[in-house]
Design a protein around this ligand. Structure first.
Ligand SMILES: Cc1cc2nc3c(=O)[nH]c(=O)nc-3n(C[C@H](O)[C@H](O)[C@H](O)COP(=O)(O)OP(=O)(O)OC[C@H]3O[C@@H](n4cnc5c(N)ncnc54)[C@H](O)[C@@H]3O)c2cc1C
Length: 442
């Protein structure tokens, strides 16, 4: 089993699907190497038999990055922290390590990751390959914390990459969707373990936009959820604290269990059966926003549980366009019958220098939109994607989008350099699948 996602192993191959269930494939073979030498052997086998390879993390991407008829490699047995450098605050881990296992191991050594997204089940290799991010204008996406990695290329070479060694591969490879090869281990910045004070509250849409800059400045991590067809938001403010751990059981229950899972599940069932209730359901959820504060160590605060399966699109917008874009988004949503009852998540991230990172060269806002997994995502996603594109939006690589090389090439300054490096590293397209061929136009 690959991380619980394999549906069946039959004569014709192994059925695989992603977390959301919107991407499926039957791979000819699935490999679970335990050493770098075994990966080299699999690459030689694939090359000899003219097969292709996709490397999988925890299958939590919504875009068809893994789908292949050929070989899938999972690094689930190449997991764990390899080395901790307490003096320089660096940790080295196998790329198959899940974020939550990395968090636990680091915490035992008095350390923590610097900033994270809202789940912790992804693998380090998978999360960084798509530019997974949290929120906070002082922080880049998770890949920006990588200081070095080891990659096995299409020719079977094992290369160490950092700012000083194989520099181009390092600059591009930290967000490279598994197209340059298989990253086996990585070294990343860590900090001393820290506590976060998280406050949830409700606020007005327009007031929040008016004070957005201050909110981003005064909070380490600021984000909000906008409830469609209402003027209400859930505000999430998170800051470092020395105060003792304080569990607000009611907040945790209302937010994580009740609102994000139990209610979301109930609302989804009603919303999908009776689409015309979407407005009422969304407005009702806006009124139920939990208010309160909880304090815990960082890894306990970042991660939430997601028991309701959904489909998601997320776009990166230059931060200076965010207010205009979200205002237009709200107007468009209210004018059309999209029957949306999932809140819209807005987060803020510092720009970076990773060639195909959605935040390359610009401080950014991210707008994430969702539908229940059984609900049609178009025309909602289609219309909103067109809107995001008008604001020079770049898609989150791990989420649903319909972009191909034709329009992507003009939004990334380093597009041609990335493509040239990819062609040099993998001229026979060993690490591509049909989705990636369309994305890169090769
Ligand atoms: C419920 C849910 C919540 C989410 N929350 C967030 C969030 O808060 N912020 C955010 O930015 N994203 C979020 N995501 C998206 C998710 O973080 C990304 O899609 C991430 O890439 C998934 O990691 P994974 O380990 O499952 O990788 P997979 O989906 O399995 O793979 C993703 C990519 O990584 C490549 N890859 C995997 N391992 C390696 C390796 N060893 N070497 C080279 N390439 C590799 C794969 O080939 C593929 O291209 C969320 C997704 C879900 C389902």
């Amino acid at each position: 089993m690959i991380n619980g996602l394999i549906k069946s192993v039959g004569k014709k191959g192994t059925k695989w699907s992603n977390w959301a269930g919107n991407v499926e494939c039957v791979a000819e073979q699935v490999f679970y190497p335990r050493t770098e030498a075994e990966i080299v052997e699999i690459i030689q086998l694939a090359t000899g038999e003219k097969k292709r390879i996709r490397v999988v993390g925890e299958g939590h991407s919504f875009s068809p990055l893994i789908a292949t008829d050929y070989f899938i490699i999972s690094l689930k047995y190449m997991a764990g922290i390899i080395h901790i450098d307490q003096e320089n605050l660096l940790a080295t881990a196998w790329a198959g390590t899940s974020i939550n296992k990395a968090n636990t191991a680091l915490f035992k050594s008095g350390l923590a990751m610097i900033n994270l997204g809202d789940i912790d089940v992804q693998s380090l290799g998978g999360a960084t390959a798509t530019g997974t991010h949290g929120t906070g204008t002082s922080f880049g996406n998770v890949s920006t914390e990588i200081t070095a990695f080891t990659i096995i290329t299409a020719s079977g070479e094992i290369l160490n990459c950092s700012k000083d060694e194989n520099t181009d591969l390092f600059m591009a490879g930290r967000v490279s969707l598994g197209t340059f090869g298989i990253i086996t281990k990585m070294t990343f910045n860590v900090v001393k373990a820290y506590k976060l004070e998280y406050t949830s509250s409700s606020n007005d849409f327009y007031k929040t936009l008016d004070t957005l800059e201050e909110s981003n400045e005064k909070n380490r991590n600021f984000e909000f959820y906008y409830f469609p067809y209402s003027d209400k938001l859930q505000i999430k403010e998170t800051n470092i604290t020395d105060k003792p751990v304080k569990h607000n059981k009611m907040l945790a229950y209302i937010n994580d269990v009740f609102l994000e899972n139990t209610v979301m599940s109930m609302v989804s069932k009603i919303g999908i059966t009776f689409p015309s209730t979407a407005k009422t359901l969304s407005r009702w959820m806006a009124k139920a926003v939990p208010k309160g504060t909880t304090i815990d160590y960082s890894h306990e605060i970042y991660a939430t549980v997601r028991n309701v399966y959904f489909k998601e699109m997320e776009y990166n917008i230059p931060i200076e366009h965010f207010k205009a874009c979200i205002q237009e988004f709200k107007d468009l949503l209210e004018k059309n019958e999209y029957f949306v009852f999932f809140p819209v998540e807005c987060r803020f991230v510092k720009g970076d220098d990773i060639w195909l990172s959605p935040a390359y060269g610009r401080d950014s806002a991210y707008i994430a939109i969702h539908v229940f997994k059984e609900q049609a995502h178009d025309p909602y996603f289609k219309d909103m994607e067109a809107l995001f594109m008008r604001y020079n939006g770049r898609p989150h690589w791990g989420k649903m989008h319909t972009r191909t090389a034709e329009t992507l090439s003009t939004t990334y300054e380093k597009w041609d350099d990335f493509l040239a490096l990819r062609a040099k590293m993998d001229p026979d397209k060993l690490f591509l699948n049909p989705h990636l061929e369309a994305v890169f136009g090769v």
